[in-house]
Design a binder for this molecule. Structure first.
Ligand code: ZN
Ligand code: ZN
Length: 415
């Protein structure tokens, strides 16, 4: 374990701000990696097609700063950073708000850095195809001289995965506010009951002492209000624990198992980096409609219909169901638990659901160390295209097989 650096904190905080701005119509977060930018764009398209607008509002909570833990593999350094916010998620249809969820939530971000790499993107690079000189950032969009496309690693550090979880922690100020609220509610309710009982008594001809009734009401109500504070906190946590326990029992040990299987083939394996890729694959598939030309989906068909999902958030856990290694390819069957916002009959429903997916990768090819840039050339006609986003060569329709270089999804289903 290492300490979280200021740079990593900055990348995380910057990403969170950019994400909020993005939700309010701003540009796609530049502190996120290429995959994150890609699925956020798909999500925005999905929302626009449905005439919806998703909006995050975050308010910092006092005494809740950025925390984090850092893990280092031979190639990547992954820091899980988190901060507690009061988070409001709203969905608008035109000007009408059709959904709102308010909570204290922990916002998590995985900040990935590559060891021994300090590139900014403004460095110049000689195009491996034509020899023309341009910056790395320009090459991301294709060589400006010969238009050759490349697959490139992200210029780290970037946020490669993010998610939100409910936070039960309370600071002193919030605790006080909550106590005052509960005590006042208790007093009001008890006073109303006392006055009502008093009125019943006067009907029977007994004397009605207003000040004594109110005094008793406040005393008893205040007492029960005070008692309700720890009880409500306790039952809130208990409710969440009951929901979380079955998830924990399914997912415990997954990290260890996957690390064991994959680090045998790749001594640079990083679990956090792997999870980021799996989540990116899942979100690309969830937010897209036609996947016939998506390199991450290794099937010649459109795939299942998930078009009701407008927001999909990782629940922080996944489970390994099965695994095999055959002819140099590794196959993993995973269960990934998500909290989704689904549009059904004009209403938004919040549901926890599992996605089961079989993913595959060639594990015999050695991993590249450091920054890698590879020319994408069609095996059929020699043309160059963006093989990270389109599977078939636009000139001759030959297929580019991403599973030779990265994880792809073979099948996916939802439960
Ligand atoms: Zn070139
Ligand atoms: Zn071609």
């Amino acid at each position: 374990m290492f300490d979280v650096t200021d740079k990593e904190k900055q990348v995380f905080t910057g990403f969170v701000n950019q994400l909020v701005k993005w939700s309010k119509g701003g540009e796609t977060p530049t502190n996120g990696n290429q995959d994150t930018a890609y699925y956020l764009n798909l999500q925005k398209e999905r929302l626009q097609k449905k005439g919806l607008r998703l909006q995050y509002d975050l308010r910092e909570r006092e005494n809740f700063e950025v925390h984090g833990t850092t893990k280092r593999s031979n190639k990547y350094t992954c820091t899980m950073a988190w901060q507690s916010f009061f988070k409001k998620t709203s969905i608008f249809q035109g000007n009408k708000r059709i959904y709102q969820h308010k909570d204290n939530e922990l916002v998590y971000g995985i900040v990935t850095s590559m060891n021994q790499s300090e590139m900014t993107g403004e460095e110049t690079y000689v195009c491996p195809n034509c020899g023309g000189v341009s910056t790395i950032n320009q090459l991301f969009k294709g060589c400006p001289y010969c238009e050759t496309r490349f697959t490139m690693e992200d210029l780290y550090p970037k946020v490669t995965n993010h998610f939100f979880l409910r936070d039960y922690g309370q600071n002193e100020k919030e605790m006080k506010a909550m106590t005052i609220k509960y005590v006042l509610i208790g007093m009001v309710i008890c006073c109303i009951i006392m006055l009502f009982l008093g009125l019943m008594d006067t009907m029977k001809g007994r004397e009605f002492n207003l000040s004594s009734r109110i005094f008793k009401g406040c005393l008893i109500g205040g007492f029960y209000g005070l008692l309700a504070v720890p009880l409500s906190l306790f039952f809130g946590i208990l409710k969440d624990a009951i929901k979380t326990l079955p998830i924990l029992s399914r997912t415990t040990g997954t990290k260890k198992k996957i690390t064991e299987i994959l680090s045998a083939y790749d001594n640079t394996f990083s679990y956090d980096h792997f999870v980021s890729r799996v989540l990116a694959l899942l979100k690309m598939i969830v937010y897209s409609y036609d996947r016939t030309d998506m390199p991450a989906y290794d099937k010649p068909e459109k795939g299942p219909d998930y078009s009701d999902i407008v927001e999909s958030v990782y629940r922080g856990a996944m489970a390994l169901k099965n695994h095999t290694v055959e002819n140099g390819y590794c196959y993993l069957e995973l269960e990934v638990i998500m909290v989704d916002l689904c549009l059904k009959g004009g209403r938004i429903k919040r549901v926890e659901e599992s996605f089961f997916m079989v993913i595959c990768k060639n594990i015999e090819k050695p991993e590249n160390f450091g920054f890698s840039i590879k020319k994408v050339q069609c095996k059929g006609c020699g043309a160059s295209f963006d093989a990270t986003r389109i599977k078939h060569c636009p000139h001759c329709r030959s297929e580019y097989e991403l599973k030779e270089d990265d994880w792809v999804v073979l099948s996916i289903w939802r439960q």
